[in-house]
Design a protein around this ligand. Structure first.
Ligand code: ADP
Ligand code: MG
Length: 630
């Protein structure tokens, strides 16, 4: 072709890093290049079949979609060719010159030198097309977009060292041919036996025939033969699919190098007919926090690929699920808009949601170590569930994990069922019959664990959940209860009497006993607190701050502030522990200025113990020093 169509481009900076990293870190795993290239060929065939629904002429004159692998042992080449959708010149520059998956570039730029050498890290995202350079020192791509004229063929070539060359060529065939010029030490891959074995291992589930042929070293031609099953994996009965096949299929659809934690494969028959194959990944994708980001369920209709991110089939709080849904009821012409209004889709969404919750429940029960990984990676997303999906609130509640005073574990591992069971069976729990799940919110596990609010609960052996995630208070407000047990904040309102009412009459209300002291403190702290009272909460600390029953908690206030909402003014209640020596000293203090300093210090330290901020830290220090010296 004409010279002026030939251009040399530099790779995007991240691509260079990725290439370098990949060649070095995946060396011992280099055979995966074949899986990646066949996966791309299969995607391309899927896309063409989809476009052909409305434009059948795209399939002519070569309607049978397939993938061909050929090799030449003497020339040390392997080619992977498909008659799928192909690429235009612009597609080729963009898709093969930049990093397609969002977040990968950002991820790479954050990695330290040490991490860059870590093969596990690179495994956290799909490696894709560039894996060709693990085995090849030169890669040539010939391609043409389906439907474009032969004169719009494209040739792309690179040695993976920072630049690629692109030119327009004549290409009568549609689709893409990727030719690998193998490195000397990768010559073994130009071999019929090796290639077939790899295809069976990695790509048996590919829904198009993968044909292998080529010229061996002794010049004998390997006849073209299909090396795979060519049956969409999810259409096969569960009993006939091996674990390895499920794992490989996951890698194909999820572009994920790591094994998933678990999966669920189901064929639903009856009123609606569909098959779902749903995977729970072992790590969070880069766009997990982008709520408008894509969800990753592929939709097929009667085995024809329709779209990659069918968001209508899953609620947002399950956006980590990867997999395939294949419906027999939907029309091949469905669009996103139609899906949104379709009653069949609505029913499927409900069933798929329950299926995922079941799968998680089973994982939690049968493989708790794996569930712990799930919780670490996705627990926070699942916490969005009760607000989004009120109907499944109780089932989601069963999947939640928290830290607790019972197991003293900073890793949240306590379920609500554990909590209720422990309270129900504790023989000496004076409050078990009230069916209250007590919780404390704090900024961190350590802050929670040393909160003065836990004192009375510790004394009585009552478990308290420690909620340290900044959305926990919001979560609990949407949960309302678990199995009839209501949630209550230990920092709020009046605590129920420790003992049932019968001997309540004998107890003197502490407030009248210490009325004078309380009144003196109240006068001093009028600007800071709404009320001063004798505590039922503390056994060791001098004082603590309590919220009114309907006040917003600190987490909610912070969340609202962060989103720019007005936060209502509120003053806490100060509860004092009159038995504490500091309060006794305060009571005995005749000197008014010293009384004022001490009262304010007691308030400030209670506020600090809550994880609160001092209004005037300088004044606090001066007061403290006056007391220390005085
Ligand atoms: P991914 O497959 O995860 O998108 P890859 O690195 O494997 O990432 O491929 C990058 C992109 O290059 C693909 O998304 C696709 O647009 C394009 N591509 C790669 N191989 C082919 C092919 N055989 N036919 C058409 N397009 C392809
Ligand atoms: Mg790919």
């Amino acid at each position: 072709m004409t010279v002026e169509t030939r251009e040399t481009h530099g790779f995007q900076a991240e691509v260079q890093k990725l290439l370098h990293l990949m060649v070095h870190s995946l060396y011992s795993n280099r055979e995966i290049f074949l899986r990646e290239l066949i996966s791309n060929a299969s995607d391309a065939a899927d896309r063409l079949r989809f476009e052909a629904i409305s434009a059948p002429e795209l399939l002519e004159p070569d309607p049978e979609l397939k993938i061909r692998i050929d090799f030449d042992t003497a020339a040390r080449t392997v080619s992977i060719e498909d008659n799928g959708i192909g690429m235009s010149r612009e597609d080729t520059i963009r898709q093969l010159g930049t990093i397609a998956r969002s977040g990968t570039g950002e991820f790479l730029s954050k990695m330290t030198g040490e991490q860059r050498r870590d093969a596990n890290l690179i495994g956290q995202f799909g490696v894709g097309f560039y894996s060709a350079f693990i085995v090849a020192d030169r890669v040539e791509v010939l391609t043409r977009r389906a439907g474009a004229p032969a004169s719009e063929g494209v040739r792309w070539e690179s040695d993976g060292q920072g630049e690629f060359v692109i030119e327009t060529i004549d290409r009568p065939e549609r689709g893409t041919r990727v030719t690998l010029h193998l490195r000397e030490d990768a010559a073994e891959f130009a071999d019929a036996f090796r290639l077939r074995a790899l295809i069976r291992k990695y790509s048996d589930h590919i829904a198009f025939p993968v044909l292998v042929k080529g010229k061996s070293a002794d010049e004998t031609e390997a006849k073209e033969e299909s090396a795979n099953d060519a049956k969409a994996l999810w259409t096969r009965p569960r009993s006939e699919v091996s674990t390895e096949e499920y794992l490989e299929f996951y890698k194909h659809i999820a572009h994920d190098f790591q094994d998933p934690l678990t999966w669920s494969h189901n064929k639903v028959e009856g009123k609606h007919e569909y098959t779902s194959l749903l995977y729970i990944p072992a790590h969070a994708p880069w766009d997990l926090w982008n709520r408008s980001g894509s969800r990753h369920l592929k939709l097929y209709v009667k085995r024809v690929f329709i779209m990659d991110d069918a968001e209508q089939f899953l609620p947002l709080y399950l956006r980590f699920v990867r997999g395939v849904v294949d419906s027999s009821d939907l029309s091949l012409n469905v669009s996103r808009e139609l899906l949104q209004q379709d009653a069949v889709v609505e029913t499927m969404r409900g069933a798929i949601t329950r299926r995922v919750l079941d799968t998680l429940d089973k994982l939690a029960k049968e493989e708790p170590e794996k569930y712990a990984i799930f919780w670490k990676e996705f627990g926070r997303v699942l916490k969005e569930g009760p607000a989004e999906d009120h109907g499944n609130r109780q089932r989601i509640a069963g999947l939640l994990r928290f830290s607790s005073t019972a197991d003293d574990n900073p890793v949240p591992a306590r379920s609500l069922a554990d909590y209720v069971a422990a309270r129900n069976t504790a023989s000496d729990d004076p409050l078990a019959s009230q069916k209250v799940i007590w919780y404390l919110t704090a900024d961190s596990f350590n802050a929670a664990r040393s909160s003065p609010h836990l004192e009375v609960f510790r004394k009585n052996g009552i478990e308290v959940l420690l909620l340290t995630d900044n959305i926990d208070e919001w979560l609990v407000s949407h949960l309302h209860d678990f199995d009839g047990w209501e949630f209550r904040d230990v920092k709020r309102g009046d605590l129920p009497a420790e003992k049932p009412a019968q001997d309540g009459g004998e107890e003197k209300p502490a407030a009248t006993e210490h009325g004078a002291l309380i009144e003196r403190i109240r006068k001093q702290l009028e600007a800071q607190v709404s009320e001063v009272r004798a505590t039922t909460r503390l056994t060791e600390s001098p004082a603590c701050l309590v919220l009114g029953e309907y006040e917003l908690g600190a987490q909610m206030r912070k969340l609202m502030q962060a989103t720019g909402q007005a936060v209502p003014e509120s003053k806490p209640i100060l509860e004092i522990n009159p038995a504490h020596p500091l309060l006794q000293r305060l009571d005995a203090e005749q000197h008014e200025a010293r009384f004022a300093d001490l009262a304010r210090l007691i308030f400030d330290q209670a506020s600090l113990a809550e994880g609160g901020q001092l209004e005037d830290p300088g004044a606090f220090v001066q007061r403290l020093n006056r007391i220390l010296l005085g």
